[in-house]
Each structure stands twice: as C-alpha cells, then as structure tokens.
Design a protein. Structure first.
Length: 202
C-alpha cells in the first residue's frame, strides 16, 4: 500500500470528503493539519495551495481530484465508466454550489447570525433546492445514488448536505430520501467511528 500524507488546514471543508473515503476504506494516512504556520508552509506546497495529498512522496493537488483518487483506493468508485461519470458530475455540482457557499457565506462569513440565517433562507437554500429535488427523485426507489452499492457520491451527499443542515436544520425536511442517505452514511461503522474521533472543527 502506498504511503499517504494529506495536508490541509485544521478544518473539514475541502479535505473532509477525502478523509471519509480513507476512513471507509480503512486506509492509513498521515493527517497533517496546519494551524498558524500557513505563511511559513505555503512556499512548500505545489502551486502554493492546499489540500495536497502526497502519495509515496509525489504530490496530488485539487480537492476533488484528491477525493476521487482516495475514493478509488477505497473501492468507492463504480467500475462502470458512465456510472463513475454520473458520480463525478454530482460531486462536482455539490462541491461547487453547496459546500463552497456554506464556507464562504456561513462558516467564514462576517455577518451576524440573524443575517446568516436570512441569507441561507432567502439566497442559498433556493439555489440548493433544485439539486436536492433531483437527488430526492433519483433516490426514490433505491438506497444509494448508484442503486445497489455505496459510492463516494453518497459520502459526499452525507458530508455536504449534513454540513448544510447543521446551519439550516430544516433543509432536508422536504427531501426524506436525501436525508436517509445522509443518516445511513453517517451510521456506516467506519464513518461513524471517524466522526466520533476526528478533531472538533468546522
């Protein structure tokens, strides 16, 4: 097995999906979390940004490329190329339109809590609803996004919309099938263990 080292801030954000994939696959890695030393360490990073995954000393950059690689190592990528592409498309959509905006406007936003809730209700959630509707319909007759087996898109659904629901608890009320995937993934034994033991961060 290759030697893995994942470098990111002491945050969930753009590295957490990779961590979930490694946890699911029981894959050991060094979880190098940067706190207060970014200015000094930035020059060490390829392209000066993180996350970075070192695989036997070779760097891989870009958060979704890293997560996709980790998912494949964990057996979470469908063997069928078209199904794999469906997963890629949905993860790309959720990461860009949901996860990014949660951290930009809510987690790191400078607004007062009441204004953040207003922004969620009036601006962000209406943009997320079409994604949730499509997912809920797809999941109406199957347990997982790709029918009969859990894949990395299910982990992404659970992490990203679970994170969104932390800040807007009513988010999934109208999307029971999505909520079921969120809960089922977080109750998978390796994911549940990771969530209970990981550092407490946003």
């Amino acid at each position: 097995m290759p030697d893995y080292k994942l470098i990111y801030f002491n945050l969930q954000a753009r590295a957490e999906l990779t961590r979930w994939c490694f946890a699911y696959g029981g894959i050991p890695y060094e979880d190098d979390r940067i706190e207060g030393t970014w200015v000094q360490r930035k020059k060490e990073m390829p392209a000066g940004k993180i996350p970075v995954l070192y695989v036997d000393g070779k760097p891989l950059t870009e958060s979704l490329a890293i997560a996709r690689y980790a998912a494949k190592q964990a057996g979470l990528v469908p063997r069928d190329d078209l199904q794999a592409a469906y997963c890629d498309a949905m993860v790309d959509t959720m990461a860009g339109e949901v996860l990014h905006t949660i951290y930009q406007h809510i987690v790191f936003g400078k607004d007062e809590p009441a204004e953040k809730q207003r922004k969620l209700k009036e601006d962000l959630v209406p943009k997320w609803n079409p994604i949730l509707k499509r997912l809920n319909e797809r999941l109406s007759n199957q347990d997982w996004f790709i029918s009969d087996r859990v894949t990395w898109v299910d982990l992404a659904i659970s992490f990203i919309f679970g994170k969104a629901a932390e800040h807007y608890p009513k988010l999934l009320n109208d999307y029971p099938n999505v909520n079921k995937v969120v809960e089922n993934v977080q109750n998978l034994k390796p994911i549940k263990k990771w969530i209970s033991t990981r550092p407490k961060t946003n």
